[in-house]
Design a protein around this ligand. Structure first.
Ligand code: BG6
Length: 478
Protein backbone atom coordinates (compact mmCIF):
# COMPACT_ATOMS: atom_id res chain seq x y z
CA UNK A 1 0.00 0.00 0.00
CA UNK A 2 1.40 3.38 -0.94
CA UNK A 3 0.97 6.53 1.09
CA UNK A 4 -0.42 8.44 -1.87
CA UNK A 5 -3.81 7.72 -3.44
CA UNK A 6 -3.98 5.18 -6.17
CA UNK A 7 -5.18 7.73 -8.72
CA UNK A 8 -2.62 10.33 -7.63
CA UNK A 9 -2.04 12.77 -10.48
CA UNK A 10 1.69 12.54 -11.12
CA UNK A 11 2.91 14.69 -13.94
CA UNK A 12 4.56 17.93 -14.91
CA UNK A 13 3.68 21.52 -15.74
CA UNK A 14 4.44 24.11 -18.41
CA UNK A 15 2.96 27.37 -19.70
CA UNK A 16 2.21 28.30 -23.30
CA UNK A 17 4.32 31.43 -23.55
CA UNK A 18 7.33 29.70 -22.01
CA UNK A 19 7.37 26.65 -24.22
CA UNK A 20 5.26 26.91 -27.37
CA UNK A 21 7.12 29.44 -29.51
CA UNK A 22 5.33 29.88 -32.88
CA UNK A 23 4.42 33.31 -31.55
CA UNK A 24 2.89 34.58 -34.78
CA UNK A 25 1.81 31.35 -36.42
CA UNK A 26 -1.69 30.26 -37.48
CA UNK A 27 -3.33 33.54 -36.61
CA UNK A 28 -1.89 33.98 -33.13
CA UNK A 29 -1.90 37.54 -31.79
CA UNK A 30 0.85 39.30 -29.86
CA UNK A 31 0.74 38.57 -26.15
CA UNK A 32 2.23 40.60 -23.30
CA UNK A 33 4.90 37.93 -22.93
CA UNK A 34 5.87 38.29 -26.61
CA UNK A 35 7.12 41.80 -25.92
CA UNK A 36 9.57 40.81 -23.18
CA UNK A 37 13.21 40.62 -24.21
CA UNK A 38 15.69 38.17 -22.74
CA UNK A 39 17.24 38.99 -19.36
CA UNK A 40 19.56 37.28 -16.93
CA UNK A 41 20.01 36.57 -13.23
CA UNK A 42 21.31 40.10 -12.79
CA UNK A 43 19.80 42.10 -15.65
CA UNK A 44 16.11 42.68 -16.06
CA UNK A 45 14.05 41.81 -19.11
CA UNK A 46 12.80 44.83 -21.06
CA UNK A 47 9.21 45.41 -22.12
CA UNK A 48 9.21 46.91 -25.60
CA UNK A 49 5.57 47.83 -26.44
CA UNK A 50 6.15 46.72 -30.04
CA UNK A 51 8.33 44.06 -31.59
CA UNK A 52 11.73 45.61 -32.35
CA UNK A 53 13.68 44.42 -35.32
CA UNK A 54 16.91 42.71 -34.27
CA UNK A 55 15.88 42.23 -30.62
CA UNK A 56 15.76 38.75 -29.14
CA UNK A 57 12.45 37.70 -27.61
CA UNK A 58 12.65 34.32 -25.84
CA UNK A 59 8.96 33.49 -26.21
CA UNK A 60 9.01 33.77 -30.00
CA UNK A 61 10.58 30.39 -30.49
CA UNK A 62 10.94 29.17 -26.88
CA UNK A 63 11.41 25.39 -27.15
CA UNK A 64 8.97 25.20 -30.03
CA UNK A 65 6.56 22.91 -28.24
CA UNK A 66 4.09 24.01 -30.92
CA UNK A 67 5.85 21.78 -33.43
CA UNK A 68 7.30 19.22 -30.97
CA UNK A 69 4.27 18.49 -28.81
CA UNK A 70 3.90 14.91 -30.02
CA UNK A 71 7.47 14.04 -29.25
CA UNK A 72 7.33 15.83 -25.89
CA UNK A 73 4.09 14.23 -24.77
CA UNK A 74 5.46 10.83 -25.79
CA UNK A 75 8.42 11.48 -23.48
CA UNK A 76 6.06 12.47 -20.67
CA UNK A 77 4.16 9.26 -21.28
CA UNK A 78 7.40 7.31 -21.10
CA UNK A 79 7.95 8.76 -17.62
CA UNK A 80 4.48 7.52 -16.77
CA UNK A 81 2.73 10.90 -16.43
CA UNK A 82 -0.89 10.64 -15.38
CA UNK A 83 -1.41 14.36 -15.78
CA UNK A 84 0.01 17.20 -17.84
CA UNK A 85 -0.56 20.78 -16.80
CA UNK A 86 -0.30 23.24 -19.67
CA UNK A 87 -1.87 26.59 -20.44
CA UNK A 88 -3.74 27.84 -23.44
CA UNK A 89 -2.43 30.97 -25.11
CA UNK A 90 -5.35 33.39 -25.09
CA UNK A 91 -3.86 35.02 -28.22
CA UNK A 92 -4.20 31.80 -30.22
CA UNK A 93 -7.92 31.75 -29.54
CA UNK A 94 -8.64 35.49 -29.60
CA UNK A 95 -5.64 37.29 -31.10
CA UNK A 96 -6.56 40.68 -29.63
CA UNK A 97 -9.04 39.38 -27.08
CA UNK A 98 -11.71 41.50 -28.74
CA UNK A 99 -12.78 39.44 -31.76
CA UNK A 100 -16.32 38.12 -31.86
CA UNK A 101 -15.35 34.71 -33.14
CA UNK A 102 -12.46 32.51 -31.98
CA UNK A 103 -9.56 31.58 -34.23
CA UNK A 104 -10.22 28.03 -35.41
CA UNK A 105 -6.54 27.24 -36.01
CA UNK A 106 -5.75 28.04 -32.39
CA UNK A 107 -8.55 25.84 -31.10
CA UNK A 108 -7.42 23.06 -33.40
CA UNK A 109 -3.89 23.14 -32.00
CA UNK A 110 -5.20 22.46 -28.49
CA UNK A 111 -7.58 19.79 -29.84
CA UNK A 112 -4.44 18.05 -31.02
CA UNK A 113 -2.50 18.54 -27.79
CA UNK A 114 -5.42 17.25 -25.73
CA UNK A 115 -5.95 14.28 -28.05
CA UNK A 116 -2.28 13.43 -27.77
CA UNK A 117 -2.50 13.48 -23.98
CA UNK A 118 -5.62 11.34 -23.91
CA UNK A 119 -4.05 8.88 -26.32
CA UNK A 120 -1.39 8.28 -23.67
CA UNK A 121 -3.95 8.23 -20.84
CA UNK A 122 -2.62 11.54 -19.55
CA UNK A 123 -5.20 13.78 -17.89
CA UNK A 124 -4.92 17.37 -19.14
CA UNK A 125 -4.95 20.04 -16.44
CA UNK A 126 -5.45 23.31 -18.27
CA UNK A 127 -4.61 26.80 -17.06
CA UNK A 128 -6.78 29.30 -18.89
CA UNK A 129 -4.48 32.25 -18.31
CA UNK A 130 -0.85 31.79 -17.38
CA UNK A 131 1.07 35.07 -17.44
CA UNK A 132 -0.18 35.78 -20.91
CA UNK A 133 -2.92 37.94 -22.39
CA UNK A 134 -3.38 39.80 -25.67
CA UNK A 135 -1.16 42.87 -25.73
CA UNK A 136 -3.99 44.65 -27.53
CA UNK A 137 -5.86 44.57 -24.20
CA UNK A 138 -2.91 46.25 -22.51
CA UNK A 139 -2.85 48.95 -25.16
CA UNK A 140 -6.57 49.56 -25.13
CA UNK A 141 -7.45 49.00 -21.48
CA UNK A 142 -4.19 48.94 -19.51
CA UNK A 143 -4.89 45.26 -18.96
CA UNK A 144 -6.86 44.09 -15.96
CA UNK A 145 -6.98 47.60 -14.52
CA UNK A 146 -10.15 47.88 -16.64
CA UNK A 147 -13.38 46.05 -16.03
CA UNK A 148 -13.74 45.29 -19.78
CA UNK A 149 -11.32 42.41 -19.34
CA UNK A 150 -13.88 40.52 -17.28
CA UNK A 151 -16.25 40.04 -20.18
CA UNK A 152 -13.46 39.28 -22.63
CA UNK A 153 -12.03 36.63 -20.34
CA UNK A 154 -15.38 34.99 -19.71
CA UNK A 155 -16.07 34.88 -23.46
CA UNK A 156 -12.70 33.19 -23.96
CA UNK A 157 -13.18 30.74 -21.07
CA UNK A 158 -16.64 29.72 -22.33
CA UNK A 159 -15.22 28.93 -25.75
CA UNK A 160 -12.69 26.61 -24.10
CA UNK A 161 -15.21 24.90 -21.82
CA UNK A 162 -17.49 24.20 -24.78
CA UNK A 163 -14.80 23.05 -27.14
CA UNK A 164 -12.97 20.74 -24.74
CA UNK A 165 -16.00 19.55 -22.79
CA UNK A 166 -15.70 15.92 -21.76
CA UNK A 167 -11.99 15.92 -22.59
CA UNK A 168 -10.57 18.31 -20.04
CA UNK A 169 -11.75 17.51 -16.53
CA UNK A 170 -9.48 19.84 -14.58
CA UNK A 171 -9.15 23.56 -15.17
CA UNK A 172 -7.39 26.44 -13.42
CA UNK A 173 -8.58 29.97 -14.12
CA UNK A 174 -5.53 32.18 -13.43
CA UNK A 175 -1.99 31.10 -12.77
CA UNK A 176 -0.65 32.55 -9.53
CA UNK A 177 -3.42 35.10 -9.27
CA UNK A 178 -1.75 36.53 -6.17
CA UNK A 179 1.24 37.63 -8.26
CA UNK A 180 -0.72 40.83 -8.72
CA UNK A 181 -0.27 41.65 -5.03
CA UNK A 182 3.40 42.27 -5.82
CA UNK A 183 4.85 44.98 -8.09
CA UNK A 184 6.37 42.49 -10.52
CA UNK A 185 2.92 41.05 -11.11
CA UNK A 186 1.68 44.33 -12.58
CA UNK A 187 2.63 43.50 -16.14
CA UNK A 188 3.35 39.80 -15.70
CA UNK A 189 0.01 38.79 -14.29
CA UNK A 190 -2.29 41.74 -14.96
CA UNK A 191 -1.02 43.18 -18.25
CA UNK A 192 -0.83 46.61 -16.60
CA UNK A 193 1.82 48.75 -18.26
CA UNK A 194 2.07 52.17 -16.70
CA UNK A 195 3.69 55.13 -18.40
CA UNK A 196 7.43 55.08 -17.78
CA UNK A 197 7.85 51.31 -17.49
CA UNK A 198 10.50 49.73 -19.68
CA UNK A 199 12.14 47.50 -17.14
CA UNK A 200 10.32 44.34 -16.06
CA UNK A 201 11.93 44.17 -12.62
CA UNK A 202 11.37 47.86 -11.86
CA UNK A 203 7.93 48.60 -13.15
CA UNK A 204 6.26 51.93 -12.55
CA UNK A 205 3.98 50.63 -9.87
CA UNK A 206 0.52 51.88 -8.99
CA UNK A 207 -0.69 49.51 -6.25
CA UNK A 208 -4.31 50.68 -6.47
CA UNK A 209 -4.42 49.62 -10.13
CA UNK A 210 -3.01 46.21 -9.28
CA UNK A 211 -5.59 45.54 -6.59
CA UNK A 212 -8.35 46.78 -8.87
CA UNK A 213 -7.00 44.38 -11.49
CA UNK A 214 -7.01 41.48 -9.05
CA UNK A 215 -10.62 42.26 -8.18
CA UNK A 216 -11.50 42.08 -11.86
CA UNK A 217 -9.71 38.75 -12.12
CA UNK A 218 -11.63 37.45 -9.09
CA UNK A 219 -14.93 38.37 -10.73
CA UNK A 220 -13.82 36.91 -14.07
CA UNK A 221 -12.64 33.73 -12.39
CA UNK A 222 -15.88 33.32 -10.45
CA UNK A 223 -17.98 33.88 -13.58
CA UNK A 224 -15.83 31.37 -15.44
CA UNK A 225 -16.27 28.81 -12.66
CA UNK A 226 -20.03 29.22 -12.88
CA UNK A 227 -20.02 28.98 -16.66
CA UNK A 228 -17.69 25.98 -16.63
CA UNK A 229 -19.90 24.10 -14.19
CA UNK A 230 -22.94 24.85 -16.28
CA UNK A 231 -21.34 23.81 -19.55
CA UNK A 232 -19.73 20.68 -18.15
CA UNK A 233 -21.04 19.64 -14.74
CA UNK A 234 -18.35 16.96 -14.56
CA UNK A 235 -15.40 19.31 -14.71
CA UNK A 236 -13.55 20.68 -11.71
CA UNK A 237 -12.14 24.18 -11.63
CA UNK A 238 -9.42 25.31 -9.28
CA UNK A 239 -7.51 28.38 -8.22
CA UNK A 240 -3.73 28.65 -8.42
CA UNK A 241 -1.70 30.56 -5.85
CA UNK A 242 2.02 31.30 -5.74
CA UNK A 243 2.71 30.23 -2.19
CA UNK A 244 5.75 31.87 -0.66
CA UNK A 245 5.70 30.32 2.75
CA UNK A 246 6.69 33.04 5.20
CA UNK A 247 8.17 32.53 8.66
CA UNK A 248 9.08 35.11 11.28
CA UNK A 249 12.86 35.44 11.37
CA UNK A 250 12.82 35.24 15.18
CA UNK A 251 10.25 34.73 17.92
CA UNK A 252 10.24 38.47 18.54
CA UNK A 253 6.52 39.37 18.40
CA UNK A 254 7.39 42.19 15.98
CA UNK A 255 8.78 39.65 13.53
CA UNK A 256 5.82 37.40 14.06
CA UNK A 257 3.36 40.15 13.21
CA UNK A 258 5.40 41.22 10.21
CA UNK A 259 5.42 37.65 8.90
CA UNK A 260 1.70 37.27 9.51
CA UNK A 261 0.92 40.46 7.61
CA UNK A 262 2.99 39.39 4.63
CA UNK A 263 1.43 35.95 4.70
CA UNK A 264 -2.07 37.42 4.79
CA UNK A 265 -1.66 39.75 1.84
CA UNK A 266 0.51 37.58 -0.34
CA UNK A 267 -0.61 34.04 0.40
CA UNK A 268 -4.03 34.12 2.00
CA UNK A 269 -5.92 37.00 0.40
CA UNK A 270 -6.54 35.51 -3.05
CA UNK A 271 -7.11 31.96 -1.89
CA UNK A 272 -9.63 33.19 0.66
CA UNK A 273 -11.61 35.03 -2.01
CA UNK A 274 -11.54 32.17 -4.48
CA UNK A 275 -12.24 29.37 -2.01
CA UNK A 276 -14.50 31.11 0.48
CA UNK A 277 -16.09 33.60 -1.89
CA UNK A 278 -15.42 36.76 0.09
CA UNK A 279 -12.66 39.22 0.94
CA UNK A 280 -10.91 38.30 4.18
CA UNK A 281 -11.19 40.58 7.21
CA UNK A 282 -7.62 41.90 7.04
CA UNK A 283 -7.90 43.53 3.60
CA UNK A 284 -10.00 46.46 4.77
CA UNK A 285 -7.24 47.84 6.96
CA UNK A 286 -4.57 47.04 4.36
CA UNK A 287 -6.49 49.00 1.73
CA UNK A 288 -7.06 51.93 4.10
CA UNK A 289 -3.45 52.16 5.16
CA UNK A 290 -2.20 51.93 1.59
CA UNK A 291 -4.71 54.41 0.13
CA UNK A 292 -6.19 51.74 -2.08
CA UNK A 293 -9.80 51.93 -3.17
CA UNK A 294 -11.17 48.96 -5.02
CA UNK A 295 -14.30 49.66 -7.02
CA UNK A 296 -16.77 46.84 -6.74
CA UNK A 297 -19.97 46.76 -8.71
CA UNK A 298 -23.32 45.79 -7.26
CA UNK A 299 -23.60 42.04 -7.62
CA UNK A 300 -19.86 41.35 -7.36
CA UNK A 301 -20.16 39.98 -3.83
CA UNK A 302 -22.79 37.47 -5.00
CA UNK A 303 -20.69 36.48 -7.99
CA UNK A 304 -17.68 35.79 -5.78
CA UNK A 305 -19.85 33.71 -3.47
CA UNK A 306 -21.29 31.66 -6.30
CA UNK A 307 -18.08 31.11 -8.20
CA UNK A 308 -16.01 29.37 -5.54
CA UNK A 309 -13.42 26.91 -6.80
CA UNK A 310 -13.56 23.13 -6.40
CA UNK A 311 -9.94 22.60 -5.47
CA UNK A 312 -6.94 24.62 -4.43
CA UNK A 313 -3.66 24.43 -6.28
CA UNK A 314 -0.42 26.22 -5.66
CA UNK A 315 3.20 26.55 -6.62
CA UNK A 316 5.82 25.90 -4.00
CA UNK A 317 9.49 26.51 -4.62
CA UNK A 318 10.83 28.10 -1.50
CA UNK A 319 10.16 29.86 1.77
CA UNK A 320 11.20 33.23 3.13
CA UNK A 321 11.47 34.97 6.46
CA UNK A 322 10.19 38.34 7.54
CA UNK A 323 11.81 40.60 10.07
CA UNK A 324 10.80 43.92 11.56
CA UNK A 325 14.49 44.82 11.40
CA UNK A 326 15.17 46.26 7.97
CA UNK A 327 18.91 45.69 8.31
CA UNK A 328 18.64 41.93 8.23
CA UNK A 329 20.25 40.31 5.22
CA UNK A 330 17.75 40.12 2.39
CA UNK A 331 17.49 37.35 -0.12
CA UNK A 332 15.76 37.08 -3.47
CA UNK A 333 13.01 34.72 -4.45
CA UNK A 334 10.03 33.97 -6.58
CA UNK A 335 8.24 37.29 -7.21
CA UNK A 336 9.32 38.65 -3.85
CA UNK A 337 12.29 38.66 -1.51
CA UNK A 338 12.56 38.29 2.24
CA UNK A 339 14.98 38.02 5.13
CA UNK A 340 17.51 35.25 4.83
CA UNK A 341 16.85 32.06 6.75
CA UNK A 342 20.15 30.91 8.32
CA UNK A 343 19.00 27.28 8.29
CA UNK A 344 18.38 26.98 4.57
CA UNK A 345 20.47 26.72 1.46
CA UNK A 346 19.57 28.56 -1.71
CA UNK A 347 19.46 27.81 -5.42
CA UNK A 348 21.82 29.64 -7.76
CA UNK A 349 19.05 32.21 -8.16
CA UNK A 350 18.81 32.81 -4.42
CA UNK A 351 15.57 30.88 -3.84
CA UNK A 352 15.75 29.25 -0.41
CA UNK A 353 15.23 25.50 -0.52
CA UNK A 354 12.83 24.28 2.14
CA UNK A 355 11.24 20.84 1.67
CA UNK A 356 9.83 20.72 5.20
CA UNK A 357 8.13 24.00 4.45
CA UNK A 358 6.02 22.09 1.94
CA UNK A 359 4.66 19.77 4.63
CA UNK A 360 4.00 22.79 6.84
CA UNK A 361 2.27 24.63 3.98
CA UNK A 362 0.08 21.70 2.97
CA UNK A 363 -1.09 21.38 6.57
CA UNK A 364 -1.76 25.10 6.88
CA UNK A 365 -3.71 25.21 3.64
CA UNK A 366 -5.76 22.11 4.27
CA UNK A 367 -6.59 23.31 7.76
CA UNK A 368 -7.72 26.63 6.32
CA UNK A 369 -9.74 25.47 3.33
CA UNK A 370 -10.67 21.80 3.77
CA UNK A 371 -10.84 21.16 0.02
CA UNK A 372 -8.51 18.95 -2.06
CA UNK A 373 -5.08 20.42 -2.71
CA UNK A 374 -2.66 19.96 -5.54
CA UNK A 375 0.97 21.03 -5.89
CA UNK A 376 1.01 22.19 -9.50
CA UNK A 377 4.52 23.66 -9.51
CA UNK A 378 7.67 22.79 -7.63
CA UNK A 379 11.21 22.37 -8.83
CA UNK A 380 14.78 23.52 -8.92
CA UNK A 381 15.97 26.05 -11.49
CA UNK A 382 19.61 25.11 -12.06
CA UNK A 383 22.49 25.31 -14.51
CA UNK A 384 22.71 21.92 -16.25
CA UNK A 385 25.72 20.71 -18.12
CA UNK A 386 26.02 18.12 -20.82
CA UNK A 387 28.93 15.95 -19.65
CA UNK A 388 31.46 14.23 -21.86
CA UNK A 389 29.35 11.08 -21.90
CA UNK A 390 26.60 13.21 -23.46
CA UNK A 391 24.46 12.95 -20.33
CA UNK A 392 23.13 15.41 -17.81
CA UNK A 393 23.78 14.21 -14.28
CA UNK A 394 21.31 16.36 -12.38
CA UNK A 395 21.55 14.70 -8.99
CA UNK A 396 20.91 18.14 -7.37
CA UNK A 397 17.48 18.19 -9.00
CA UNK A 398 16.72 14.63 -7.93
CA UNK A 399 17.74 15.54 -4.39
CA UNK A 400 15.48 18.60 -4.37
CA UNK A 401 12.44 16.79 -5.75
CA UNK A 402 12.94 13.70 -3.62
CA UNK A 403 13.01 15.75 -0.43
CA UNK A 404 9.87 17.61 -1.42
CA UNK A 405 8.01 14.41 -2.31
CA UNK A 406 9.02 12.93 1.05
CA UNK A 407 7.47 15.91 2.80
CA UNK A 408 4.38 15.74 0.62
CA UNK A 409 3.92 12.17 1.80
CA UNK A 410 4.36 13.29 5.40
CA UNK A 411 1.60 15.82 4.87
CA UNK A 412 -0.65 13.11 3.48
CA UNK A 413 0.11 11.03 6.58
CA UNK A 414 -0.87 14.11 8.57
CA UNK A 415 -4.29 13.85 6.93
CA UNK A 416 -4.04 16.31 4.03
CA UNK A 417 -6.15 15.51 0.96
CA UNK A 418 -3.63 15.79 -1.89
CA UNK A 419 -4.71 15.17 -5.49
CA UNK A 420 -1.45 15.31 -7.35
CA UNK A 421 1.94 16.74 -8.11
CA UNK A 422 3.09 18.37 -11.34
CA UNK A 423 6.68 19.66 -10.99
CA UNK A 424 7.45 22.79 -12.94
CA UNK A 425 9.08 22.83 -16.31
CA UNK A 426 9.05 19.05 -16.78
CA UNK A 427 10.82 19.92 -20.01
CA UNK A 428 13.31 22.84 -20.05
CA UNK A 429 11.63 26.11 -20.98
CA UNK A 430 12.03 29.88 -20.78
CA UNK A 431 12.17 31.35 -17.29
CA UNK A 432 9.22 33.58 -16.43
CA UNK A 433 11.18 35.98 -14.27
CA UNK A 434 14.42 36.34 -16.21
CA UNK A 435 13.67 35.11 -19.73
CA UNK A 436 16.63 32.75 -19.51
CA UNK A 437 16.95 29.25 -20.89
CA UNK A 438 19.97 28.72 -18.61
CA UNK A 439 17.64 28.39 -15.63
CA UNK A 440 16.52 24.85 -16.30
CA UNK A 441 13.92 22.80 -14.44
CA UNK A 442 13.27 19.86 -16.74
CA UNK A 443 13.60 16.10 -16.71
CA UNK A 444 14.20 16.65 -20.40
CA UNK A 445 17.02 18.85 -21.65
CA UNK A 446 16.35 21.04 -24.65
CA UNK A 447 19.23 22.31 -26.76
CA UNK A 448 18.29 25.94 -26.72
CA UNK A 449 20.43 28.70 -25.29
CA UNK A 450 20.13 32.26 -24.09
CA UNK A 451 21.40 33.73 -27.34
CA UNK A 452 18.67 31.93 -29.23
CA UNK A 453 20.94 29.25 -30.67
CA UNK A 454 20.44 25.50 -30.33
CA UNK A 455 18.93 22.80 -32.50
CA UNK A 456 15.95 22.23 -30.15
CA UNK A 457 16.78 18.54 -29.78
CA UNK A 458 15.58 16.83 -26.61
CA UNK A 459 17.55 14.49 -24.36
CA UNK A 460 16.73 12.77 -21.09
CA UNK A 461 18.49 13.89 -17.94
CA UNK A 462 19.25 11.45 -15.10
CA UNK A 463 16.18 12.78 -13.32
CA UNK A 464 14.04 11.40 -16.17
CA UNK A 465 14.64 7.76 -15.20
CA UNK A 466 14.47 8.61 -11.53
CA UNK A 467 11.04 10.28 -11.87
CA UNK A 468 9.80 7.36 -13.96
CA UNK A 469 10.53 5.04 -11.04
CA UNK A 470 8.90 7.41 -8.59
CA UNK A 471 5.70 7.39 -10.62
CA UNK A 472 5.80 3.65 -11.21
CA UNK A 473 6.01 3.06 -7.46
CA UNK A 474 3.41 5.76 -6.70
CA UNK A 475 6.00 7.67 -4.74
CA UNK A 476 7.27 4.75 -2.69
CA UNK A 477 10.63 4.47 -4.42
CA UNK A 478 12.45 7.73 -4.09
C1 BG6 B 1 6.05 30.33 -11.24
C2 BG6 B 1 5.36 30.56 -12.57
O1 BG6 B 1 6.04 31.49 -10.49
O2 BG6 B 1 7.40 30.02 -11.25
C3 BG6 B 1 6.07 29.96 -13.77
O3 BG6 B 1 4.04 30.13 -12.54
C4 BG6 B 1 7.55 30.16 -13.61
O4 BG6 B 1 5.56 30.54 -14.93
C5 BG6 B 1 8.00 29.41 -12.37
O5 BG6 B 1 8.30 29.78 -14.71
C6 BG6 B 1 9.49 29.45 -12.13
O6 BG6 B 1 9.95 30.76 -12.14
P1 BG6 B 1 11.14 31.20 -13.08
O7 BG6 B 1 11.21 32.64 -12.91
O8 BG6 B 1 12.33 30.48 -12.55
O9 BG6 B 1 10.78 30.77 -14.44
Amino acid sequence: MSVLKENFLWGGAVAANQCEGAWNVDGKGVSCADLCTGGSRTTSKRITRAVEEGTFYPSHEAIDFYHHYKEDIALFAEMGFKCFRFSIAWTRIFPTGMEEEPNEAGLKFYDDVIEECLKHAIEPLVTISHYEMPFAMTEKYNGWASRECVELFVKYAKVLFKRYKGKVKYWLTFNEINAGTMPMGGYLSLGILNEGTTDFMNQKDIPALRFQGIHHQFVASALAVMAGHEIDPDCQIGCMICHITTYPLTCNPNDILKAQQKDQIMNQFCGDVQVRGEYPHFMKRYFEENQITVNMEPGDAEILKQGCVDFYTFSYYMSNCESADKDKIRTGGNLTGGAQNPYLESSDWGWQIDPKGLRYTLNELYGRYRIPLMVVENGLGAYDKIEEDGKIHDEYRIDYLKKHIEQMKEAVRDGVDLMGYTPWGCIDLVSASTGEMAKRYGFIYVEKYDDGTGDLSRRKKDSFDWYKKVIESNGEEL
